[in-house]
Write a protein that binds this ligand. Sequence first.
Ligand code: GDP
Length: 445
Amino acid sequence: MFATLSDRLTGILTKLRSKGRLTDADIDAAAREIRLALLEADVALPVVRVFINAVKERARGAEVSQALNPGQQVIKIVHEELIGILGGEARRLQFAKQPPTVIMLAGLQGSGKTTLAGKLGRWLREQGHQPLLVAADLQRPNAVNQLQVLGERANLEVYAPQPGNGVGDPVQVARDALDHARRQARDIVIVDTAGRLGVDAEMMAQAAAIRDATSPDETLFVIDAMVGQDAVTTAEAFRDGVGITGVVLAKLDGDARGGAALSVRHVTGQPILFASTGEKLDDFDVFHPDRLAGRILGMGDQLTLIEKAEQAFEEDQKERMSAKLFGGEQLTLDDFLEQLQAVRKMGPIANVLGMVPGMAQMKDQLAEVDDSQLDRVTAMIRSMTPAERANPKIINGSRRARIAAGSGRTVTELNQLLSRFADAQKMMKQMGGMFGMPGMGGRKA
Ligand code: GDP
């Protein structure tokens, strides 16, 4: 995500960090480089101007000249200004006082609307809501069917035009769906609308008609982050033609340059509410400007990591583990195995590590860390007896040979695991944390 921009900015800022004092010339030079990096990432010119002016003004001010580490201070300013152009605080969905809350999705064809309907529906159900998905995209031949398939996968009800009733009239479908939602006590209605490949008057009129028929509480514009600032021009057209209350950044997982993401808030004046990051239903998250800004600057995404870890570890698992740690008990290899499984649930390990501060810059090394490494460690632990797992100290030479043979690994690998585990045991005692990860040496065995 935004790899080039991220590399460029980190490079520019790292140079600044190494300087003891910053002259105006240093600041101007860095500002010029940042400006170029943003333009090359396809960020809209007005956004670049506002951003650079703000950074320059603050960087020349007292907060930097009086700082102990001026370079560091500039990084902080760039981070804060990035958060600013991404919208500042995360904004939550607005719900209707009188349910159902209507969320209308708008955007060009292929931007990711239909997929988002499924993701958003699933996410809202996890929050305790009863969403209904509405197939009001009757333009794209397969859209209704696609939504039905998504609905089935997410176990969500989909309201689609009945044969012979409302076919061809998306406004009628939306209206009927709302009645249906009221009868079925659905508290949220997500309306998927048609998109074209480009903005046209007919599509805009149709979207406006659906809006008038359903009075949405939120009209979310779904923008394909891969398209760059062109997509932002489309967002403006929708804002003026239909009225939008928020933006969803889709396809943030791709090799987007960053232009759309960094421009859309400023250009449309509307906040980014969600981010879509893949084709799977759970590749979806509330959008946090500070986290994306942190990621762009290679600061890692600590908060996302913490949240993922929270989800991956079951409540009782967390309680047991912290009871152990605070009770001063030793961590066993069984506990460790359980943690490994939880880490595995968080996704491909290279992605997980990519969210750790500082790790994002180690892309090449991270590519080397693969999930099979975790699997090898798992295999070795599984080849141990319960007594060995509970007390690794008893694993002597002959036991080592047996475990290595049993798991198809070498004794050297096993030795590495055991010595790292002993270190982790010590570290965990000191930190009381959840992440001791022996076996993650960073090299392939
Ligand atoms: P719509 O025409 O706006 O309804 O777009 P779709 O939901 O059909 O999405 C178009 C294509 O983009 C499909 O192949 C989706 O699987 C894919 N897609 C949607 N969202 C994402 C995303 O966040 N990441 C990636 N990589 N692909 C996505």
